[in-house]
Ligand binder design. Structure first.
Ligand code: ADP
Length: 481
């Protein structure tokens, strides 16, 4: 089974969110189960720097307004990769999607159309003499890959499109359609058009043979107006082609028994090292060390999605119980400032670091007793899983992947609330504090949480089954010898 895996980020070289972690974890898990999965990524500077020795350059000529496009075959991690060498589009510093001021690059339609168009060029087997059975694109950046494949007609690889976050859609002015090289009739409701513009997410949802998203609950939610971000109609219409497959996490990177970032290793059977991690975290955060209450950690983008404004308003009882809050995050300037103000108001008990810091993130999961993820929506969410494996009990809203990974109640692994409102969060936090006051109960929850199996093997089996369903339809001729 040959699968071209088309995306934009890859941990650790280039990461803006959980997508990078997924892209680092899923392809190796698929390869371990026998699939010949190869990555196709833009040659952003950070990816190019991380690539092991591109051996040569395959020239593709001019494409979509870029004068000289090429492919660099290389390896990233253990996975064979093609980087799309298009300096005019991809050789820019910083965030892959935004300029230094945080605005979309004006040529984003062409930059990401190129990713989809190059993916489709693999369809005829002319690149590296390798023809995929399945082209699997991820999020709006790869949304045009299924459209370009559909435009080829005839026998072609099957397409799978995975939604990691429906709220980022790649929506552009109608005029950008003229430069995309797609058939004119694709600019239609039954195509890439959405409210008068070109929408890359819609293109993926419309043209892909199968759509997946990253948890079963999110798959159901996005067919409703509350969570569908305007795509609920398209998704509802395609419900028969839509499947939720819960993400895994990379247990090679997230393993408290052998995590070089930690003050001491620990395991479910031998959890004592977590005490040293807790003390080290409080010291590193500049907080008073002798906390009788729980240490609540947060590692998150600071956007409205994540519901951390609610948490800010709810922490007083935790602090009154001699708890601590340690937050690491960045995002909306207003939310950053509000958290910094909270830290100033509570010196010694609330620590806030604005920024992005992988090592500190590991230390927070290891040192915290609980981790809050009060998201308004959460396609899958990874941090609640990292927290559980590191013995920190998750406090989460019942939505998306949070609902699918955290259980509440007598045999629970965390604390779950329903409404995205302050009283619901306050009630869950009160239950957390009650449980904390009963150490035997807390430790039993911790042991259950640490025993969860979040490895990628389970998800990889589901994706492989999906690819196998599609393979007959892809019907490719054999790869030339
Ligand atoms: P999303 O993709 O919506 O941001 P996820 O929970 O799926 O949310 O993934 C977030 C990933 O980014 C996790 O690996 C988390 O540890 C990491 N992360 C988020 N913010 C930071 C930060 N400020 N510093 C370090 N890692 C972060």
């Amino acid at each position: 089974m040959r699968v071209l895996y088309v995306s934009t980020e890859l941990h650790p070289a280039l990461k803006t969110g959980g997508l990078a972690d997924v892209n680092a974890g899923l392809p190796p898990a698929l390869r371990a189960q026998g699939a010949d999965v190869r990555l196709l990524l833009p040659a952003f500077p950070a990816l190019r720097a991380a690539a092991q020795a591109p051996r040569r350059r395959i020239a593709l000529g001019a494409m979509l307004g870029c004068p000289d496009v090429g492919l660099l075959p290389c390896r990233l991690g253990a996975v064979p990769t093609w980087l799309i060498d298009a300096p005019a589009y991809y050789d820019r510093p910083g965030n892959p999607y935004l300029d230094a001021s945080g605005a979309d690059w004006p040529d984003n339609p062409l930059r990401f159309a190129l990713l989809g168009a190059v993916a489709a060029r693999f369809a005829d087997g002319g690149i590296g003499r390798w023809r995929p059975h399945v082209v699997h694109g991820h999020d709006w950046h790869a949304g045009l890959a299924p459209a370009y494949l559909a435009a080829r007609g005839g026998a072609r690889p099957a397409s799978v499109f995975t939604v990691h976050n429906l709220s980022y859609q790649g929506h552009f002015a109608a005029e950008s359609f003229d430069d995309l090289g797609l058939p004119a009739h694709f600019f239609a409701i039954d195509g890439v058009e959405y409210h008068g513009g070109v929408n890359f997410m819609k293109a993926g949802l419309h043209f892909a043979d199968r759509i997946t998203t990253v948890s079963p609950t999110y798959a159901a939610e996005i067919q409703t107006a509350d969570y569908g971000c305007g795509m609920e109609g398209v998704l509802h219409a395609r419900a028969g082609a839509l499947l939720g497959i819960l993400n895994g996490i990379d247990t090679r990177v997230w393993d408290p028994a052998q995590d070089p970032a930690l003050a001491a290793p620990f395991t479910r059977a031998a959890p004592a090292g977590k005490r040293a991690c807790r003390a080290a975290l409080l010291a590193a955060a500049g907080l008073a060390g002798d906390a009788a209450g729980p240490v609540l950690g947060v590692v998150s983008r600071l956007t409205a999605q994540k519901g951390l404004d609610l948490l800010r308003a709810a922490v007083a009882p935790l602090l009154a119980a001699d708890g601590r809050v340690v937050l690491l995050g960045s995002g909306d300037a207003g939310e950053e400032a509000a958290w910094q103000a909270l830290a100033r108001a509570h010196p010694g008990t609330v620590a806030v670091r604005v920024g992005y810091d992988e090592t500190y993130a590991h230390r927070i999961f290891a040192g915290a007793d609980a981790v809050a993820v009060p998201s308004r929506f959460e396609p899958c969410g990874l941090t609640q899983m990292y927290a559980m494996l590191y013995g920190a009990l998750p406090l989460v809203r019942r939505t998306g992947g949070l609902a699918d990974t955290v259980s509440d109640g007598p045999d629970g692994t965390g604390f779950v609330f329903d409404a995205a409102e302050l009283p619901a969060l306050q009630a869950a936090l009160a239950r957390l504090l009650q449980s904390w006051a009963e150490p035997a109960r807390w430790q039993a929850m911790q042991a259950r949480a640490m025993g969860a199996d979040f490895g990628w093997a389970r998800a990889a089996r589901r994706y492989l089954a999906l690819y196998r369903e599609l393979r007959p339809q892809a019907d490719p001729p054999p790869t030339p010898a």
